[in-house]
Design a binder for this molecule. Structure first.
Ligand code: HGY
Ligand code: MN
Ligand code: MN
Length: 408
């Protein structure tokens, strides 16, 4: 029942997309605005009051929350371009359905409930992310509001057009003493649960991320007249570096390194490349190991590029620390899962989440459900209604288990 309601709601909200193929819903866009109208309906159907905060988070709050410790749940409304129908938004839908289980008898619950629909977790439109959780945690850097998207639009202007004054986001910090914890339901975005035929994953830790821009500079020239010997071909230098990044990352099972974007100048078929810019993202469950990998690659780049007469610069542009889940919340999730008659297993998250930043505010834990073939960030991303229904049951039981700690 809840699973099929979630499936229907997620299918309907997928229409809030700038693309036909998959879902494209970036923050501070008409698609975001349309999605908030849908999510407001989900929240009100659960007996929550919905209100947009100054960081663009739609907050669904239970009527009994005043003066009580609050359990926060939620995830992100945004997607990657041509992304899937479940990443992020499913966590909001399942949280609303779990909250609805308490509608009509809120006063029996010693805790309040808030469902949070965060504006921007993917960090695709602007070179930053997680402003919603960071505003609540008091870790938001106001400099991000001056960052611009690919069209030169500053986040401040985009938020203003959305009806929000970003400066007010700096006043959203919550008192950690008022928060019982943050629970996020999400698709696994990997193959482990499906392969193990286990419906519920309990996340032990969320990986950390470091992102860099790399610029390799050589010398442009005529492809036909510049001899091969002595060329200062920036693309040959970059290709060597990218190959080495991959070789070293393959050798470390708990680390991922990805070159996701690259540009070549002058970018002509008959011209020796003079400048290559690419991005490097490094993820690991241990920040020190991640940084050692980046330092070693930087040393390798400087050595090999200078030997080839090339210049190279590597600039760190973004960082998220690796986050362990709260043991008490993981136990509550595991016990709740057992109570609902489902099997569960513990696993690490290679993807990052809003919980990564919420961990600076309060204890966090995540619940994964399988997604078909582990596919995500693609139009064919899929989670079935039975797994979603199981997740709602587990969230409801977990809320009950956590609230026992607050009974008078
Ligand atoms: O990049 C991530 O892991 C997340 O999907 N934003
Ligand atoms: Mn994602
Ligand atoms: Mn996500």
């Amino acid at each position: 029942m809840n699973g099929s309601i979630a499936a229907e709601r997620l299918s309907a909200i997928s229409a809030c997309s700038a693309s036909e193929e998959g879902v494209t819903r970036l923050p501070w866009t008409p698609e975001h605005q349309a999605a908030l109208r849908e999510i407001t309906r989900w929240m009100e159907d659960a007996g929550l009051t919905a209100e947009l905060d100054a960081a663009g988070t739609l907050v669904g709050r239970s009527p009994n929350a005043a003066g009580k410790p609050v359990i926060l749940m939620g995830s992100h409304q945004d997607s990657v371009p041509n992304g899937g129908h479940f990443d992020g938004i499913m966590g909001i839908a399942l949280a609303c359905l779990a909250a609805k289980r308490f509608n009509g008898h809120w006063d029996e619950l010693p805790v309040g409930i808030e469902v949070l629909a965060f504006a921007d977790e993917e960090g695709v439109r602007f070179p930053t992310a997680l402003i919603g959780p960071r505003a609540l945690a008091g870790t938001l850097d106001p400099a991000v509001f001056e960052m611009t998207d690919g069209q030169g639009v500053a986040m401040r202007a985009a938020m203003g057009a959305f009806g929000i004054n970003p400066d007010d986001a700096m006043t959203l910090r919550r008192d950690p003493a008022t928060i019982a914890g943050y629970l996020e339901a999400h698709i696994e975005q990997g193959p482990v649960l499906e392969a193990a035929k286990v419906p519920i994953g309990i996340v032990t830790a969320i990986c950390g991320i470091a992102r860099f821009t790399v610029a390799v500079t050589g010398e442009a020239g005529h492809a036909g007249t510049v001899p091969m010997k002595g060329r200062r071909d920036a693309l040959v230098g970059a290709a060597r570096l990218i190959g080495e990044i991959n070789t070293r990352a393959v050798a470390d099972t708990n680390l991922r390194a990805t070159v996701g974007t690259i540009s070549v100048k002058p970018g002509a078929v008959n011209a020796v490349p003079s400048v290559v810019d690419f991005t490097l993202e490094v993820r690991a469950d241990d920040d020190a190991r991640r940084d050692r990998f980046a330092d070693d690659i930087t040393a390798f780049a400087k050595e090999t590029c200078s030997a080839a007469g090339l210049r190279v610069s590597i600039t760190r542009t973004y960082e998220q620390r690796a986050v362990p889940s709260d043991e008490g919340l993981m136990v509550a999730l595991a016990e709740a899962t057992k109570e609902t008659g489902h099997a569960s297993l513990r696993l690490m998250s290679g993807a990052t989440h809003d919980a990564s930043a919420m961990a600076d505010l309060c204890p966090v834990a995540m619940l994964f459900i399988p997604c078909r073939a582990g596919v995500s960030h693609r139009p064919d991303e899929y989670a079935d209604a039975v797994s979603m229904g199981a997740a709602v049951d587990v969230l409801e039981q977990t809320i009950k288990r956590i609230s026992i700690r607050y009974e008078a």
